[in-house]
Design a protein around this ligand. Sequence first.
Ligand SMILES: *Cc1c(COP(=O)(O)O)cnc(C)c1O
Length: 393
Amino acid sequence: MVNINKNFENLVPSYLFAEVASKVSEFKEKNPDMEVISLGIGDVTLPLAPIVVDAIKNAADEMGEKETFKGYGPYEGYEFLRSKIKDYYATNSANIEIDEIFVGDGAKNDLGAILDLFEETNVALIPDPVYPAYVDSSVIKGNGISYVSGNRENGFLPTPPDFKSDIIYICSPNNPTGAVYDYDGLKRWVDYAVSNKAVILFDAAYERFIADRKLPRSIFCIEGARECAIEFCSLSKTAGFTGTRLGHTVIPRELKIGNSSLRDMWARRQASKYNGTSYIIQKAAEAVYSEEGLKQIDISIDYYRKNAEIMSSALEDMQIEFYGGKNSPYIWFASPDNASSWETFDLLLSHGVVCTPGSGFGENGEGFCRLTTFGNRDDVLKASKKLRDAFGG
Ligand SMILES: *Cc1c(COP(=O)(O)O)cnc(C)c1O
């Protein structure tokens, strides 16, 4: 008889988005005439850039012609894209080589799959609050989990603990808190990882939302990171690829545990379990990383930034404490009057705005809520007014 992976029994059921959805639909039923604006879901709303759409069409045409048809591509991605990604890193002052870059179908998948390289005896160190996927993939693997707290005192940027751990998750700019590490903050983590012989799994899905160019957009901007870090990146949020699917993972050659190169292990893992990302979508990504492509995706990012400004200034006017919004598409605000996350959610919903209760992202999220800036401008303007009504500003 086959045995199942019993670790699944240890997964904590995620009621967060289901609970939000059911409360929203109940409210809409009772208040059919009230407009409800969602600033809750972490998905982009602006369409793909024109240059990306053209690249997809051209690549589709190539696939339809005998002379230019492509079958299986390289497991690690086409060189035309990997060389563009390498050049992109150089513009962010991070030097990586083409053979350290692996193209995939998004960051979430690789963040889970990378655990194939490590034993289940490892202890994962996970910030709280956090993007739920890190916890779930560690639980499915059977790893032990320790937490580091993000809170008011550290500006939701946890510092290394005084105990050991093996696999460290860092997400900067952070989902859900919008907090971003500076060079020194990341350097502390790199030093901790090196001295503990641990590995940092660095989630850079929001790197291009960093407006302040003094802040690092890659862990590989940090001295020493090449010996201890793997970076996961994605075009989902930066270029509207949530439904198109493309990301990449960077594993430096220096990253070795004993004599084993994690880069080589991952190359072997991909060859065994992954058959490459669609040629058409890799051509789309190549277009993103062109000069014109980056200009075009920045138009969308600037639009979201402007949304963030509008929402931030409403919160500032009401003197509500918040994090993020400047270098990140998330705004993480403290419930006025010490209300719980869900109480604030209910209050905002009664005014027609949907946020995400911070307590759904971990214990330390209690008392906070997340707003996303991915909405359209009219909705954001209306929502800001509703925020003022709700919080009496
Ligand atoms: C949205 C998001 C991702 C992107 O995942 P994809 O699989 O590339 O769509 C990764 N990490 C975080 C923290 C995210 O919020």
